[in-house]
Design a protein around this ligand. Structure first.
Ligand code: SAM
Length: 290
């Protein structure tokens, strides 16, 4: 996504060309419903023929009605079922509110703050993706519209249990969310055995980025690091990942019984999916030294 070029204006299609992988992804559209330039980025909303609504930021696909559950569930449930009891959660980015909705499905969560730099992403999500915003009125939810880098740097030490970095690609306002300084702020803000999880792009074409993220996380002090892959049709290569890092405890197991008996619905996540996501393909093992 970060290396996407200008879209090819093919009549009736939204196309994201991905220069680095020499591929492009397209969705047939009925119409463009909205476009605006905010102080941070260009946001477009499309109505598609088969995928519901589509949000695009700076030419890169962000969220579609049809497949966003894959990403939002994998950004939240593996980490929440790994932590013994995450009470205080911070989401950096995530302005479409889909990750916040998944986090608040966990009754152990007492407070979840979503910190997106661009309020317009959330205001447009409320209009075009109301189902993702259905938990915004939950008394445990707090929405802030400020820079996540500054927010994390100023958090009280050892005050949170989980940070989820649901950001755009490492360019523009999100660039500073992918380095050791930012991870050091996360490390400081997390309680012992706290977890950081960050979207980490495509294992097929961004292994170099995944490697550098993982080593920056270790430099920041994190004890264990694990990258989980999952399908995501609307992102380049159709395959995506998140990388978890943990303070003072490992990441090999999770609360299997809790996941098995969860009292809320999911469409992708379950115990077997979690176990499968913890298994790394050979090329990833080799590249990441696992
Ligand atoms: N799932 C998506 C993906 O990988 O394409 C990410 C979706 S979410 C809409 C990404 C959000 O990150 C955007 O709303 C953007 O405003 C936000 N963002 C980018 N840089 C940020 C920063 N420095 N602080 C807080 N939010 C940021």
């Amino acid at each position: 996504m970060s290396e996407s070029e200008q879209q090819t204006p093919v009549q009736g299609w939204f196309t994201e060309q991905h220069e680095r992988s020499g591929s492009s992804f397209g969705l047939r559209i009925k119409e463009r419903l909205h476009v605006e330039q905010t102080p941070f980025q260009t946001i477009e909303i499309y109505d598609t023929t088969d995928w519901g609504k589509l949000m695009v930021i700076d030419g890169c696909t962000m969220v579609s009605t049809r497949d966003n559950f894959l990403y939002h569930e994998m950004m939240s449930h593996p980490a929440l079922f790994t932590h013994a009891r995450a009470k205080r959660v911070v989401i950096i980015g995530g302005g479409d509110c889909g990750t916040l909705r998944e986090v608040l499905k966990h009754e152990e969560v007492e407070h979840a703050v979503q910190v997106d730099i661009d309020e317009r992403v959330t205001r447009l999500a409320e209009i075009y993706f109301p189902e993702l915003c259905e938990s915004n009125g939950d008394p445990r939810a707090e929405l802030k519209f400020i820079d996540g880098i500054k927010y994390m740097a100023e958090l009280e030490p050892e005050s949170i249990d989980l940070v989820i970095v649901d950001s755009t690609d490492p360019v523009g306002p999100a660039e500073g969310l992918f380095n050791a300084d930012f991870y050091a702020s996360c490390y400081k803000a997390l309680r012992p055995s706290g977890i950081l999880v960050q979207q980490s792009e495509s294992p097929l074409v961004h292994l170099d980025l995944i490697k550098s993220m993982r080593s920056a996380m270790r430099v920041a002090g994190f004890h264990a690091v694990k990258t989980l892959a999952f399908p995501q049709p609307i992102y380049p290569t159709g395959w995506w990942s998140c990388t978890m890092a943990r303070k003072g405890a490992d990441l090999s197991g999770f609360r299997e019984r809790g996941a098995q008996t969860k009292q809320f619905p999911t469409r992708y996540y379950n115990v077997d999916i979690h176990k499968a996501a913890l298994a790394s393909p050979e090329f990833m093992r080799e590249a990441l030294g696992e």
